[in-house]
Design a protein around this ligand. Structure first.
Ligand code: ADP
Ligand code: MG
Length: 338
């Protein structure tokens, strides 16, 4: 079964063709003219600031919204809208929202098993147990949902979504309810489950760290539009928009005049560089250390010269800079953006 899935990578499973959905005619809300493809077995992350239209996009993929224009194709067939079928939502996909939609009085096992038919009781049992193992929740099988933490409930919700041979899992802000340690585990588990089962995962997050770690493809959404898409590494290294660089790596942005002050002629455009591209202890510029934020293995330094403020990231073991220090500085790499 595993092998069968592995050979179909790079087949398009979902095709989004120029879709728009506006909630109101007075103000811009929702999504506009969005198009992209998703390959079977990929993990795709939709990233954007709050209110940028991520949830609207996810609901559109699943068929929960009546679109103003365009269409979504799942395996080449149009996903029907809520007014075109009795039960909204496509059968080949499952969506896990932030409220999890679990039966809170039922046990974990029964929540998951309820998705499977009774025609083959043994298979129903085996699949349920297997899915609990995948999500590391076997030990919770006889607990009621009300007795679980937010992170545990999330795992049950994902198990429930995946158990009935789901080919595409849609997750809205899956990491927002779990603490840092559990977040790391959940990310790693999602990645493992996707590669073990071949399920395609589309997740939405306002925190780029979630997507960068996991995704085969990132989609950056701003004000309802798809701004940029691609491989996380490429997008990070070559952002076409300031929004992308700010969202993905908290980039420094200097105006053309500020760049000139530092001796860089950007041709009237803005200068963009990530904090880790700022080299200290070398170069011809002198900056003052305004603040040092200790972050464990690295430090974030706030630097200033002639009214220009920059952020730099240094490994703590190489740093040792203190407030009010004067440091030599070189901008090792930068990008010029309109
Ligand atoms: P995100 O998930 O990125 O935070 P949403 O897709 O939820 O963004 O919302 C995008 C925009 O559409 C926001 O401005 C939001 O206020 C608006 N919006 C979302 N849902 C509705 C709705 N049901 N009715 C009216 N406006 C909505
Ligand atoms: Mg949302």
């Amino acid at each position: 079964m595993l092998k069968a899935y592995l050979c179909v990578v790079n087949t398009t499973i979902l095709s989004v063709k120029n879709i728009s959905k506006q909630y109101s005619t007075e103000q811009l809300s929702g999504i506009s003219n969005v198009s992209f493809d998703i390959n079977e077995g990929d993990i795709v992350a939709i990233i954007g600031e709050s209110g940028s239209g991520k949830s609207t996009l996810l609901k559109s993929l699943y068929g929960l919204l009546t679109l103003d224009q365009g269409e979504v194709l799942f395996n080449g067939r149009r996903v029907l809208g809520p007014d075109e079928q009795l039960i909204p939502g496509h059968k080949g996909m499952k969506m896990v929202t932030q409220d999890f939609s679990l039966n809170i009085y039922a046990k974990v096992y029964d929540n998951i098993a309820s998705m499977l038919s009774n025609t083959d009781v043994k298979s129903k049992h085996d699949k349920t147990v297997e899915m609990m193992k995948h999500l590391h929740i076997e030990h919770l099988r006889d607990k009621r949902i009300t007795e679980l933490s937010g992170g545990e409930q999330q795992r049950v919700a994902i198990a429930k979504a995946l158990v009935s041979d789901t080919r595409m899992l849609l997750l809205d802000e899956p990491f927002s309810q779990v603490d840092a340690l559990l977040k790391n585990q959940l990310r790693a588990d999602l990645k493992r489950i996707a590669s073990e089962t071949g399920v395609t995962v589309v997740l939405v997050s306002h925190d780029p760290a979630d997507g960068l770690f996991l995704a085969d493809k990132l989609l950056l959404v701003k004000e309802g539009r798809l701004l940029q898409q691609g491989n996380p590494r490429e997008l990070y290294q070559n952002p076409e928009h300031i929004y992308t660089a700010k969202l993905l790596g908290n980039a420094n942005v200097l105006s053309a005049a500020e760049a000139l002050t530092l001796g860089i002629d950007s041709g009237g455009k803005q200068l963009v560089f990530y904090p880790e591209w700022v080299e200290l202890g070398t170069g011809s510029l002198t900056f003052e250390v305004k603040d040092v934020y200790y972050k464990g293995f690295y430090e974030e330094l706030q630097l200033e010269a002639t009214g220009i403020r920059l952020r730099s990231i240094q490994l703590s073991k190489d740093s040792g800079y203190k407030k009010n220090d004067q440091v030599l500085l070189n901008i090792g790499r930068f990008i010029i953006i309109d």
